[in-house]
Design a binder for this molecule. Structure first.
Ligand SMILES: [Cu+2]
Length: 352
């Protein structure tokens, strides 16, 4: 409501200024009332171009200083560094080119501003210049695209080498469920048509499939550090997207098909919590939370860092809250945790 009032006041003030300018113009009938810009107008516009240049540089530096710390921390997966390098090099090139071209654009806008008696030079073309400004972007872009394709192919090369763990990520409005393939490391068949809510078969796992018996269905994802994980994504209802930002991983979950992504976690949750950037982030967040708690705002308990699986497709009204905790731990802790979980056949037997 306050925002609306402020906007309304701003609009009214703008209308008032506009009306006053019109009155002012009408009272100056004697003055030169030409619609053609004169030298003074052009000079002001030239200076304004410089001001605008300073503004865009200023806001860029300010954004880096103020919001730079909101970027993701160091990648926690084996392929993450490669991905981050590609991103960094692309951004450095974009920033370098943008800084120079913006300066040139605004400088020439000022230098060749309109002046009485000055005529534009007719300059049809220059083969050498055109060659230079075509060939440089071609080489740079081809390099980036080839490197990107190479990186993409190596990240998306999903195979069964290195003894990967097989985990299904099942998306539905608005939560995630994970299914481990169990001792045989093969996921049992599943289909939405076999969902049986009364018997708590929420993923539609085929009870007659032997591979399904040892599958383990959980609501919290545990991963052993240094071990490759092959994820198989399914969706029950609409398009979702399994997004694990700390691992630089994302894959759409499409109803009716199984999509895949594979990565090797490289930093445990405990180690990540001890990184200076994470300690700083947790401290900053908890300062804000403490202020909110003092003001009586609900859900303002102190926060502890955890890896997270998010949905990255706007899939409905509670999309924002569709998430699952991910814990990366040493393999023995992972095995211990996994041994404590019920298998699919155990959980089915307990409801019969
Ligand atoms: Cu979703």
């Amino acid at each position: 409501m306050t925002t609306f009032l402020i906007l309304a006041v701003l609009v009214l003030v703008a209308i008032a200024i506009w009306q006053m300018t019109k009155i002012f113009e009408l009272s100056q009938i004697k003055a030169v009332n030409s619609q053609i810009a004169n030298d003074t107008d052009n000079k002001y516009n030239g200076y304004l171009l410089f001001l605008f240049l300073i503004f865009i540089y200023g806001i860029t530096i300010f954004s880096f200083w103020k919001y730079g710390k909101m970027l993701l921390p160091e990648a926690a997966s084996a392929h993450g560094a490669e991905y981050d390098n590609l991103m960094l090099v692309s951004m450095v090139i974009i920033f370098f080119v943008q800084t120079i071209t913006q300066a040139l654009l605004h400088y020439f806008g000022y230098k060749y501003r309109g002046e009485q008696g000055k005529k534009a030079l007719f300059y049809a073309d220059n083969d050498k210049l055109e060659f230079i400004w075509t060939i440089i972007p071609v080489i740079v872009l081809a390099g980036l695209i080839l490197w990107g394709l190479y990186t993409w192919t190596s990240i998306m090369d999903i195979n069964d080498e290195d003894d990967p763990i097989v985990v299904e990520l099942y998306a539905q409005q608005f939560n995630w469920t994970a299914r481990y393939a169990g001792a045989d490391n093969v996921l049992g068949d599943a289909n939405v048509r076999m969902i049986d809510i009364d018997r708590a078969n929420i993923l539609g796992v085929d009870e007659s499939d032997d591979y399904a018996k040892d599958d383990i269905i959980v609501k919290e994802l545990h991963l052993p550090v240094g071990r490759k994980v092959n994820f198989k994504m399914r969706s029950q209802d609409v398009l979702h997207s399994a997004y694990m930002p700390h691992f630089r991983a994302q894959m759409n979950c499409v109803p009716g098909m199984i999509t895949q992504f594979s990565f090797t976690p490289s930093i445990t949750t405990a180690d990540m919590r001890n990184k200076p950037e994470i300690i700083d982030k947790v401290k900053r967040t908890n300062t804000i939370r403490a202020e909110k708690a003092a003001a009586g705002v609900e859900n303002s308990d102190p926060w502890e860092f955890d890896y997270i699986l998010l949905c990255n497709k706007i899939c409905g009204k509670s999309h924002y809250n569709m998430q699952m905790k991910i814990i990366v731990e040493e393999e023995e802790d992972y095995n211990k945790w996994l041994a404590e979980q019920q298998t699919f056949s155990q959980s089915m037997a307990s409801v019969q």
